[in-house]
Design a protein around this ligand. Structure first.
Ligand code: SF4
Ligand code: SF4
Length: 123
């Protein structure tokens, strides 16, 4: 896909804070439906993201950050890669029953990341 070099805009990215939390509050507010669903987390397609920022405060796990933050750099390619492998999610679904227990836990990527896709929008 064609990518603009030196794109001036700043997409938002999902970090490992989402893993096993996956509250999905974010997908309902995204005006361009650019969230994609893995088995236990979501990612943002950075080229589709219009950098509006409305999803960031909606996330109870503080998993969404703008790519102006230094920590975002390592998540940007990750979000791009998995948004191309996982199904689009535009409607909120129930969070995992134990989501609150994993909120704020560190090192979730090493311990819990799963590359399998989620199931996408509920019927
Ligand atoms: S609201 Fe936050 S924790 Fe929930 S799915 Fe979106 S990014 Fe993940
Ligand atoms: S910043 Fe806006 S466009 Fe980008 S993922 Fe969040 S809600 Fe969607």
């Amino acid at each position: 896909m064609y990518e603009e070099k030196g794109k001036a805009s700043m997409p938002y990215v999902v970090t490992e804070n989402c893993i096993k939390c996956k509250y999905t509050d974010c997908v309902e507010v995204c005006p361009v439906d650019c969230f994609y669903e893995g088995d236990n987390m979501l990612v943002i397609q950075p080229d589709e993201c219009i950098d509006c920022g409305v999803c960031e405060p909606e996330c109870p796990a503080e998993a969404i950050i703008p790519d102006t933050e230094p920590e975002a750099e390592k998540w940007l390619e990750f979000n791009r890669e998995y948004s191309e492998k996982w199904p689009n999610l535009t409607r909120k679904k129930d969070a995992p029953a134990d989501a609150d227990e994993f909120k704020g836990v560190s090192g979730k990527f090493e311990k819990f990341f799963k590359a399998e896709p989620g199931t996408g929008n509920p019927e």
